[in-house]
Ligand binder design. Structure first.
Ligand code: ZN
Ligand code: ZN
Length: 391
């Protein structure tokens, strides 16, 4: 049977598991019931299971009967703090918590893939490691901790694949990209301290708001003048807070924002660049600035060989017309930590029905076309087989 035909044999299973998880969503780092369900399923398949007392998530190891490489597959398992508004029969039973990023689907697809591969254990030359990772949605994320716990070792993972839902791809399609794919995503707080004063006599004080305005504009210009324009660099301000009354000058302005780049090196330059510009402007007006900069998930880069292998495997599984090339995004994902350690490729699983996007991810009416799930299983299954035979 082909990977797609095999995937169809577990379609009821994957939908059932996905709905169970959808109904019982859990926030980052609190995926206790989800972990229990994953562990129970993996044990029933006869896999070696690793879990931790102090951390959610689990890893299932399938040892093939013959020696060979070890292929890793990863799914994220956490939900979001959103009140679900769609009325599906399997609606979230937890107020204010919802699977609005399809991590329920990612988890179910990985379990179903494990089920198919576990049944082929006797003919497998090599191992497959199924990594169920908590807390993708909340930095510092779960991937870093799993790495520290050694999930890529014993046996060492030689190549890793993962999928994420994509609304821009239709049901039945996947999206593939070579090289730099997702951005390093950092956050910062810039605090401007000055003298304040009265709105009627700005010359006697130091007014924070125009200085902040100048800094914000200068930082946008800086991003376009100090970074090679063929590379990517982004700054966005999310909040700005200052002042108490219409006729009082602000003595403090607190701004928060995010910096992003697809290039792993550029984001390391951001803190120095921001501070230099902000300090220059602030000192012109006798104000002070303080920068608190936190590096978040690193840039995610798809490995050339792994992506070639994935593309061929996807064409085998679902046909060339369903394998689309896709473009990078300035979003972040902590799968990046894994892909710094081992070659791998992250790909999009289309979840949009012919009738159009149901609702964007991270919104209260989000849902997937469940017919998409078999495509994910088929491509994962095919990728494992190709990787086991080619590595
Ligand atoms: Zn998300
Ligand atoms: Zn997600």
């Amino acid at each position: 049977m082909s990977s797609l035909e095999l995937a169809k044999t577990v379609e009821d299973y994957v939908i059932n598991i996905r709905r169970k998880i959808h109904q019982n969503p859990e926030l980052s780092f609190e995926e206790f019931e989800t972990t229990k369900l994953i562990v129970k399923e993996l044990q029933e398949m006869g896999l070696e299971v690793t879990q931790w007392d102090d951390f959610t998530g689990a890893v299932g190891l399938l040892r093939g009967s013959k020696p060979g490489p070890t292929i890793g597959l990863r799914a994220d398992i956490d939900a979001l703090p959103i009140q679900q508004e769609s009325d599906v029969p399997y609606k979230s039973c937890k107020p204010g918590v919802m699977h609005a990023c399809a991590h329920d689907a990612h988890t179910a697809v990985l379990l179903a893939t494990a089920k198919l591969l576990a049944a082929e254990k006797d003919s497998l030359a090599g191992n497959v490691k199924f990594i169920f990772q908590p807390a993708e949605e909340t930095p510092p994320g779960g991937a870093k901790t799993l790495l520290e716990k050694g999930v890529l070792d014993n046996p060492r993972v030689d190549m890793l694949f993962a999928l994420h839902h994509a609304t821009e791809n239709k049901t039945g399609e996947v999206g593939i990209h070579y090289g730099q794919f997702l951005a390093a995503s950092d956050q910062f707080t810039l605090t401007l301290t000055c003298k304040g004063g009265g709105g009627s006599a700005p010359h006697k004080g130091v007014d924070g708001i125009p200085i902040a305005a100048e800094i914000i504009l200068a930082l946008h210009v800086m991003m376009t003048r100090q970074v090679d324009p063929v590379l990517s660099a982004l700054i966005s301000f999310g909040t700005i807070n200052a002042g108490t009354k219409f006729n009082i000058l602000a003595d403090k302005v607190v701004m928060t924002g995010t910096c992003r780049s697809l290039d792993p090196e550029i984001s390391t330059r951001f803190p120095k660049m921001i501070l230099k510009v902000a300090q220059g402007i602030a000192s012109t007006y006798d104000a002070q600035v303080e920068l608190n900069y936190e590096h978040g998930y690193p840039a995610l880069v798809n490995d050339q060989k792994a992506t070639e292998l994935l593309e061929k495997a996807a064409i085998d599984a679902i046909g060339a017309d369903k394998v689309k090339s896709t473009t990078p995004l300035m979003a972040g994902d902590d799968l990046a930590y894994f892909l710094r350690e081992v070659p791998g490729s992250y790909f999009w699983l289309g979840i949009t029905p012919e009738t159009g996007v149901i609702a964007p991810a991270h919104t209260a009416k989000f849902n997937i076309d469940e017919a998409a799930l078999v495509t994910g299983i088929a491509v994962m299954h095919s990728a494992v087989h190709r990787a086991l035979s080619e590595l």
